[in-house]
Design a protein around this ligand. Structure first.
Ligand code: SF4
Length: 418
């Protein structure tokens, strides 16, 4: 029986990207002989779900005989929606998708989705690599115990649970041995790391420990952090660890205290400003980024202005802007909505604000040196997670090169190899 390489379509976050690699390795090992297409969905916005359904229909048209398996947070939260699609052969839950034999010995039922709230452990996997990527994502934490009023993720991912430190270190050693120059620690609420482990180690302790235990790891990057859960060891690592990249992304969501309270976030505007100031004192050249939602229900012009002003006051340069998207079953979906055109306009204004801040930051890098992780065709990202093009460079993806930044073209830094 010939093995056919599975096709994996990934939507959403870095955690999904990590899990897609695990599924790819499991499906590749199966001897089914039938071409398998795995669609790993995201439920963060209605748009993400719509795109997944559209992609599934297209795949079925192009591959009438393929076995189409749909999983991820949208499949976990709304299995019946996908079960109604004749194009799909099976729907797997977020826990089920990680079982090693789920592709080689698939259950007969169309819907194989368990109660994610009952899951207490993070399944143990080691991935050997990331197809077509120069940086590797490593899952350190899963699920979330918070209940922000706009968010559906806890219902797709279940409770907070952490990967024991030893396994994280083992995974990173394997990836560095495989040639990866950069690793990104990922999860749903990574700052909750360790809360469920013996001795309750913090994310900061994990970072310092793994940098000590894996001296051969050139670059470590963190995914989004909850502003009020940044622990003192993490601040020490930010201050002292050269190999921890100077790019910190914060899950801010809004710049107005009334809106933050209605979102049930655990921080206020002042906490974000204080943290930004503290991090900048510890690491003056740090780049700060943030997730911000535009048009959360009840947000008026003055409240929105507080989000715009926060970009300047906190010195944010890497902005991820999300137009509010009501998720069925969340408290925010029952709150009085902001008109759709106003939501769109606010998102556009926030993006423009972010782009202006980023352009200023890019210009400030000219004349300075940078280390660039090459991804492909002489292009990659520096430590600040800025795009860099190094003309005339013959370097393999994954190589880390030293450059002098000599200019900016179309939002990309131009580097000359040193
Ligand atoms: S912290 Fe809030 S926004 Fe983040 S995953 Fe948990 S509930 Fe969602």
């Amino acid at each position: 029986m010939t093995k056919s390489a599975p096709t994996v379509l990934t939507f959403g976050c870095r955690l999904n990207a990590y899990e897609s690699e695990v599924m790819r390795e499991h499906a590749r090992a199966s001897e089914s002989g039938v071409e398998t297409v795995i669609v790993n969905t995201c439920a963060v916005t209605a748009e993400a779900e719509r795109q997944a359904r559209q992609a599934i229909r297209k795949i079925r048209r192009e591959k009438p005989d393929a076995r189409i398996v749909v999983t991820g947070c949208a499949a976990q939260a709304h299995p019946e929606t996908f079960a109604a699609m004749p194009e799909i052969d099976q729907i797997l839950g977020n826990a089920e998708k990680m079982q090693p034999r789920i592709f080689s010995a698939p259950p007969a039922e169309k819907i194989v989705v368990g109660d994610i709230m009952q899951v207490r452990e993070v399944a143990s996997h080691l991935v050997s690599g990331f197809e077509g990527r120069a940086r590797a994502f490593v899952e350190v934490q899963q699920g979330c115990d918070h209940r922000c009023t706009f968010c559906i993720i806890p219902f797709g991912r279940g409770p907070n649970r952490s990967v024991p430190m030893g396994r994280v270190v083992g995974q990173i050693r394997e990836l560095v041995a495989a040639g990866y120059g950069e690793v990104v620690l990922t999860g749903v609420d990574v700052t909750a790391y360790g809360g469920d482990l013996p001795g309750q180690p913090s994310l900061g302790q994990l970072v310092r420990r793994l940098l000590a235990l894996v001296p051969e790891l050139p670059r470590l990057r963190l995914s989004s952090l909850d502003p009020v859960e940044v622990d003192k060891d993490l601040l020490t690592a930010i201050a002292e660890e050269e190999r921890l990249m100077p790019h910190i992304h914060l899950s801010v969501q809004a710049g107005d205290d009334t809106i933050l309270k209605r979102m049930k976030r655990r921080h206020l505007r002042g906490d974000v400003l204080e943290l930004a100031r503290h991090i900048r004192d510890l690491r003056p050249d740090v780049a700060l980024g943030a997730d911000i939602i535009a048009g959360f229900p009840t947000e008026d012009d003055a409240m929105f202005q507080h989000s715009l002003d926060l970009v300047d006051e906190a010195g944010l340069t890497h902005l991820h802007v999300f137009p509010f998207s009501a998720r069925p079953g969340t408290p925010a979906a029952r709150m009085p909505k902001v008109r759709g055109d106003v939501v769109k306009d606010r998102a556009a204004r926030l993006r423009a604000k972010g782009e202006a801040a980023l352009a200023e930051f890019l210009a400030s890098r000219v004349g300075r040196d940078a280390q660039v992780l090459i991804e492909r065709d002489g292009r990659g990202h520096c430590g600040h997670y800025l795009p860099v093009c190094v003309g005339g460079l013959e370097a393999e993806p994954g190589a880390i090169v030293q450059v002098r930044i000599v200019g900016v073209t179309d939002g990309v830094l131009v580097g000359r190899e040193q």
